[in-house]
Ligand binder design. Structure first.
Ligand code: ADP
Ligand code: MG
Length: 139
């Protein structure tokens, strides 16, 4: 299987509850390596740009408010099939539908405050990684 990189974001609901380490442990236990990581306060314009694909969805404005409501941890995860594997570790968008043992099943507060973001395709992963990181930051 190919070695891939994917972008992950630990969202404000999770950083507020000090869950960064527990979430990172799930990635590492599943064989994903955290090859870059930084804690940021997103500005409104950064969050709007990052979630631009959702700008016509009814939840867009609330999502932006939520994403800037506290710090996030942006990170690059690397491993075999990293894009799909991370989506499995995260669980479904709606925590009520997320499988047992997934991050969203264990930690999410709601369909909006669902603790993590993960890229949904290799193409989007590359674009999202470039949004937050320079190549020399990926170790
Ligand atoms: P995912 O994060 O699983 O890829 P989407 O890309 O569809 O999900 O949505 C992006 C984010 O928008 C979700 O993670 C969640 O925070 C929020 N969101 C999605 N659907 C809803 C909804 N129906 N109501 C409120 N917030 C939502
Ligand atoms: Mg998505």
């Amino acid at each position: 299987m190919p070695i891939e990189k994917t972008l992950s974001i630990i969202k404000p609901d999770a950083t507020k509850r000090n869950l960064t380490g527990l979430i990172n442990a799930k990635f590492e236990k599943s064989g994903l390596k955290i090859i870059a990581q930084k804690r940021l306060q997103l500005t409104r314009s950064m969050a709007e740009k990052f979630y631009e694909v959702h700008k016509d969805r009814p939840f867009y404005n609330d999502l932006i408010d939520f994403m800037i409501s506290g710090p996030v941890v942006v990170q690059v995860l690397q491993g075999e099939n990293a894009v799909k594997l991370n989506r499995i570790i995260m669980g479904a968008t709606n925590p009520e539908e997320a499988e047992e043992g997934t991050i969203r099943n264990e930690f999410a507060e709601s369909i909006e405050a669902n603790s993590v973001h993960g890229s949904d395709s290799l193409e989007n992963a590359n674009a999202e990684i470039t949004f937050f990181f320079a190549n020399i930051e990926l170790i």
